[in-house]
Design a protein around this ligand. Structure first.
Ligand code: NAP
Length: 493
């Protein structure tokens, strides 16, 4: 049976677009990119809260094959990422493949016809020879059910569902959460609101952000001599790599690297907060790297302002115009900002039901067994399926490293299919087991298992307490392995 399309890609963010670019390079043009939102860009379309910017320098946080000489700052604002996504879609002619407002509910492998049956919320079914999920790691917002939240009469904003232009002037605001999003947002709200109370459950490591506008002359240089921007990318990526490899992955062997980073964050805090009690509350009691650290020059300073309060006793409940802390403190508010992040391990991985051969349900397989994916991209009993947001897929600190590694994997796999004149691939159980053993083993040196991560509440850990998000390898090693994995790790038919 001929499928409707060769490939269904779910998600029109940078991952889905990278996969589409690679399939086009492989000569496959029959592609449907299904996207639940009304436009492309993934995270950079959905998130548009004030202060949004990349926290990996833009020379690195972009496709290596599509450098953008026009970034306005070293750390570009979110709107520029959205424009960059639009530029990539236009240049690589991807929009014609995209179907917006299309929510995928399930995908089931049909072993008889050797294709995927993909069902969408409108009841339609599409068939495809290959299925790619590019649904993001941080795409299912986490909205805690605080007692009384339904009684709250003011405005509630989740950072991933922002009301553009919302004016905080004169408002009495509570922000819940102190993750990377809150770190960007809190200084913006503090600038305008009458009163701001921040509810922190777990403090975050924050290091200074060396950010500046990129002078027009440098942008010109990047445009005229692209090699200069490539050099800037290599330098920046190497620094990030040092942080990742020595600060996180090889914690056991190189503890001082991790301690230096923590020391830098503590010195940063001291330079902005004079009150020792406030500093104590803002200092994490887990090791640097257990949880995604962040960069800001204005976050800590916000807490030194007289109208900003840090509340650490927890949230008891909400009333119509009040948030009540666990220690009994009542704070009158009219705006509640939920910077409460995303739900990775319960409702993502995968973002919808995926059923492979012999009825294997991916969500159940991962939750009831162990989270696993060969090279962070394929799973046994799921033929012709590439899961871009998989356990152990995230490599390096810039998401683009992950995407480009996976593009290499796709290229190698499809070159082999072409060479054999075949159209079906499936990773073998033994190759998958060996990969899982290897990453489990390598992770034993990381801060996750050697450091003190107990109090970190980090989304790097799944519900079984295993750190199954990051691939424990340098980016160079990941890229090499994606380009050279043994072809016998797959069964082709
Ligand atoms: P996050 O890191 O998961 O932080 C969520 C925050 O909400 C945490 O402080 C969490 O506290 C708190 N929270 C959640 N449920 C709560 C509850 N029931 N009661 C009290 N507090 C609660 O989410 P995020 O800040 O949105 O960031 C997610 C990731 O997005 C980042 O790690 C980063 O990778 C990415 N990001 C990147 C950028 C960038 O590149 N520019 C910007 C923003 C975000 P606990 O820690 O105690 O759970």
């Amino acid at each position: 049976m001929r499928p409707d399309v060769d490939v269904v890609i779910v998600g029109a963010g940078f991952g889905g677009m990278g996969a589409a670019i690679e399939f086009r390079r492989q000569g496959i043009d029959s592609i449907a990119i299904l996207e639940r939102e009304n436009d492309l860009g993934g995270t950079w379309h959905v998130n548009h809260y004030p202060g949004l910017a990349v926290d990996i320098a833009s020379v690195t946080y972009s496709y290596s094959f599509e450098p953008n000489p026009d970034w306005s700052r070293l750390f570009a604002p979110g709107s520029e990422l959205k424009r960059y996504a639009e530029h990539v879609a236009a240049k690589y002619d991807l929009r014609r493949h995209m179907e917006f407002g299309t929510l995928v509910e399930s995908a089931v492998w049909d072993d008889q016809d050797r294709l995927w049956r993909v069902r969408t919320a409108d009841g339609a079914e599409r068939t495809a020879r290959y299925l790619v999920t590019a649904t993001g790691f941080l795409s299912q917002p986490h909205i805690p059910d605080f007692p009384g939240i339904k009684d709250f009469a003011g405005t509630i904003l989740h950072t991933a569902d922002w009301q553009d232009g919302f004016d905080f002037t004169g408002k009495k605001v509570a922000v819940i959460g102190t993750g990377a999003t809150a770190v960007q947002l809190i200084p913006e709200i503090a600038e305008r609101a009458d009163a701001l109370t921040v509810f922190q459950r777990t403090p975050i490591w924050v290091v200074p952000k060396v950010d500046f506008a990129i002078p027009p002359a440098v942008r010109q240089l990047f445009r005229r001599i692209p090699l200069t921007q490539r050099i800037a990318r290599v330098v920046n990526s190497s620094l990030l790599e040092l942080l990742m490899v020595f600060g996180v992955l090889h914690y056991k062997q190189v503890k001082p690297g991790n301690k230096v980073a923590a020391g830098l964050a503590k010195a940063h805090l001291r330079s902005q907060i004079a009150d020792p009690e406030l500093r104590r509350k803002l200092t994490p009691d887990y090791d640097f790297g257990c949880k995604r650290p962040t960069f800001s020059n204005t976050y800590f300073a916000s807490f030194a302002r007289p109208h900003v309060t840090l509340e650490t006793s927890g949230i008891a409940r909400l009333e119509a115009d009040t948030i009540l802390a666990a220690d009994g403190t009542r704070t009158e508010i009219d705006t509640l900002v939920l910077a409460t992040g995303f739900n990775l391990w319960d409702v993502n991985f995968p973002a919808f039901q995926v059923v492979g051969r012999e009825g294997r349900d991916l969500g159940k397989f991962w939750r009831e067994g162990r989270f696993q994916a060969y090279e962070g991209v394929t799973v046994p009993k799921f033929p012709n399926f590439l899961s871009l947001n998989s356990p152990y897929s995230y490599s390096g600190l810039s998401y683009f490293t992950t995407i480009e590694g996976q593009m290499k994997h796709i290229a190698r796999l499809f070159a082999e299919l072409r060479r054999r004149g075949q159209d079906t691939f499936e990773v073998t159980e033994s190759a998958n087991d060996a990969f899982l053993d290897e990453v489990t083993d390598r992770l034993q040196s990381s801060v996750f298992y050697n450091g003190n991560c107990a109090g970190s509440r980090s989304y790097y850990f799944n519900q079984h307490g295993e750190a199954t998000l990051l691939r424990p390898a340098s980016t160079l090693r990941t890229l090499r392995e994606m380009d050279s994995f043994p072809l016998q790790d797959y069964a082709f038919s």
